[in-house]
Design a protein around this ligand. Structure first.
Ligand SMILES: [Zn+2]
Length: 288
């Protein structure tokens, strides 16, 4: 099955693909092992900074190796690539999917740059999956204690979403629907489920919605969002937190330990626990 087959299936059978970020081998292993155990296809993503840390060639080689070892579909996505040169680099390297994120630019500029990225990507690889972002998803992939105020103009308007997908040619759309990147400790806002449904209706059945900023949302919010038309959910911060909290604890408990794989082992388990919980909530189990 191709990525598009799976995307179509998310709508007919009401579930969502999990998208998890990594920047080193242990997080990638945790994601793949969880997905393999639950028998689900999986998206793994690297932002520009994450892939600068691990290396662009290394991401390709590692994902290929994990596919061979585990025999499940693993799709490599360039998450939030914010300039055309960066998009070109990952397309040329052979990524399966890209998020050309020009959402900070004014509407017409966002369309222009996204369209340019999509055209380049499809010219190099007709099967590549392209995503654009419309609206402003605030926040960063960390624990945020400050109040993050979502302004009405941040939110994606269904009629603009329809125009955006038509003019850019993207396969996936990341809307701003009250979601925030990172874990927000001080959030009174909620996900605008009605808006998700309206946007999905406006963009049509062949374009799929991606919910960013999944970390910290409740099970009910995920389920409602998926029912309203979300086909993929991004989780990053919750794995980062599981990794670092576990690592801090391990280092404290084993101050004499110097073997890296012994120090890292509990962190891999902690990440796997978070990933498996999410995949179950997304209805991703047994979807191969
Ligand atoms: Zn994101």
């Amino acid at each position: 099955m191709t990525i598009k087959d799976y995307l179509k299936d998310t709508i007919s059978n009401c579930w969502a693909l999990g998208h998890f970020n990594f920047s080193e081998n242990d997080a990638l292993r945790a994601i793949v092992e969880s997905a393999a155990e639950l028998k689900t296809p999986i998206f793994v993503g690297v932002s520009e900074n994450e892939r600068k840390h691990i290396g662009i060639k290394e991401t390709i080689a590692l994902v290929r190796a994990f596919r061979e070892e585990f025999g499940i579909p693993i799709f490599l996505n360039a998450d939030h690539h914010k300039n055309f040169e960066a998009v070109k680099e990952v397309v040329d390297a052979g990524y399966d999917a890209i998020l050309a994120d020009f959402s900070k630019l004014p509407f017409e500029e966002n369309i222009k740059m996204t369209k340019q990225s999509v055209e380049y990507a499809k010219s190099k690889n007709p099967d590549i999956i392209t995503e654009g972002e419309l609206g402003y998803v605030r926040g960063e992939s960390k624990i945020q204690t400050e109040v993050i105020e979502i302004k009405p103009e941040d939110l994606t308007k269904p009629e603009e979403a329809a125009q955006f997908v038509k003019e850019t040619g993207v396969d996936l759309l990341a809307p701003a629907v009250g979601n925030i990147h990172g874990i927000v400790t001080n959030n009174s806002g909620t996900i605008d489920i009605q808006r998700i449904g309206d946007i999905k209706k406006a963009i049509g059945e062949n374009i799929y919605l991606v919910l960013h900023g999944g970390s910290g949302l409740s099970e009910l919010e995920f389920k409602n969002a998926i029912e309203a038309g979300v086909s993929m959910v991004h989780i990053n911060t919750e794995i980062r937190v599981a990794f670092t909290e576990s690592l801090r604890k391990t280092l404290q408990e084993m101050p004499e330990e110097t073997t890296p794989y012994k120090v890292m082992a509990p962190s891999v388990l902690a990440m796997k626990k978070v990933i498996a919980e999410k995949l179950k909530i997304f209805g991703s189990v047994n979807r191969l």
